[in-house]
Structure formats: C-alpha cells, structure tokens
Design a protein around this ligand. Structure first.
Ligand code: OAA
Ligand code: MG
Length: 216
C-alpha cells in the first residue's frame, strides 16, 4: 500500500503552517506573521508517487510549495518546547499544492483557504523518513525543480517558527495525535505549474520524489 493510501486510511490531521519563511512571505507581498498561521488539509488530499497532481477545476495558477512534514508519533496536548521532539516519529517530504488564484480570491473576500489548499491531490508525499535519517531537522535543504529547472532551494534553518515552537504552539489548541502530520511551510521560489509539467523535489540527499501535473 502506498504511503498516501495508508495515511488516507489511518492518518489524522494535516496541520499546515503558512508563511514560515520570511522570503516566501515577501515574494507574495505578505507580512511576516507574529504568530504561526495555521490551516488544514483533509486526509483525502494525500497523493503518492506514480499518480499525477490534478489541477482543480477552474484553477489557473497551481503553485508548488515544497515543505518538510513532521509525523507525530506520540499523542500530546500542551507540549513544552523542550519535550516537543519526543513526540516526533519521523518526517515526510510534502508538496503543499496551492491553487493560488483561489487563495487570492478567498483572501480578498475574507474566506477560508479550504478550496485553495485542500482539494484532491493537493498533498503529494514521499515515503516515511525515519528520525535517524535527518540529523538536524532545523538545518536541512529543501529543493524543488519544475521540468528540470530549479525553482526552490531553501533550508529549514530559515523557518521563522522552529519545529519545537510549532509543536508546542499547535498543541495548545489542537491535541496532537499519533498519525498527525505538520507541514512546516515553504521557502521562497513558488511558481505556477501547467498540465504536462514534471515537479521534482527533495530533502537534501535523504529523499526525492517526482510528480506529473495534469488537468483534473
Ligand atoms: O500559501 C501560502 O503562501 C502559505 C503557505 O502555505 C506557506 O507559506 O507554506
Ligand atoms: Mg505551504
């Protein structure tokens, strides 16, 4: 069974952090947040390699956002920063595929981002990455290429809110449950994709993955 299929069945929340890299906030003309910006994707959005990313109906600007995903293994609430990493079972590389035109419209109208961020195939993921494979999750390269051309080339050290900080903050409001995934935000370089494009992305030399883009 693919990781996406497993997570669709047994996974829990997908909690996403927005604008957690200053350069990405700036490239879209957004201010740097004072507190983490949170939103969710449904588990039905998971996708594994071998299946295409599908541009949702009516979307004319589907952006790639490569992100480090944290897999929660130990359930907790009001987790302290100092014990946050004890709740992490491993990592996953993810693309937070974003219908940017839907998001822009929602922003203008003060509406939620559910359609822009949560449509089917909006969460392509790699296989499970064991904790030991990522020595320092706060200093690891994240890259993304479209048709072989580098678009994103960042490092998790540039996060505004660190991984322990995010886990602690999120757990004050939402019980973090085993099987939850936290997507920690994207570095700069996001861009629009079109049908026929191939997106490749990776986490340093630990894992890489590739997806074709199709009209849904
Ligand atoms: O849509 C956005 O720009 C917010 C977001 O998900 C991110 O920064 O990773
Ligand atoms: Mg994102």
């Amino acid at each position: 069974m693919s990781v996406a299929a497993k997570f669709r069945e047994a996974g829990r929340k997908i909690i996403c952090v927005g604008r957690n890299y200053g350069a990405h906030a700036a490239e879209l003309g957004n201010p740097v947040p004072e507190k983490p910006i949170l939103f969710f994707k449904p588990t039905s959005s998971y996708l594994s390699e071998g299946s295409p990313i599908q541009i949702p109906k009516g979307c004319s600007s589907l952006h790639h956002e490569v992100e480090l995903g944290i897999i929660i293994e130990r359930t907790g609430k009001n987790i302290s920063e100092s014990s946050a990493l004890d709740h992490v079972g491993g990592y996953i590389l993810a693309l937070d595929m974003t219908a940017r035109d839907f998001q822009d419209e929602a922003k203008k109208k003060g509406q939620p981002w559910a359609m822009a961020k949560g449509f089917d195939t909006s969460c392509p993921v790699s296989g499970f990455i064991p904790r030991e494979k990522v020595q320092d999750p706060q200093n690891v390269n994240l890259w993304c290429k479209v048709n072989g051309q580098t678009k994103q080339d960042g490092n998790t050290k540039d996060m505004i809110f660190s991984i322990p900080n995010l886990i602690s903050y999120i757990s004050q409001y939402f019980t973090l449950e085993a099987g939850d995934v936290i997507l920690t935000g994207t570095p700069s370089g996001v861009s629009a994709t079109k049908p026929g494009d191939t997106i490749q992305c990776g986490l340093a030399d630990v894992v890489s993955m590739q997806f074709d883009v199709k009209q849904g």
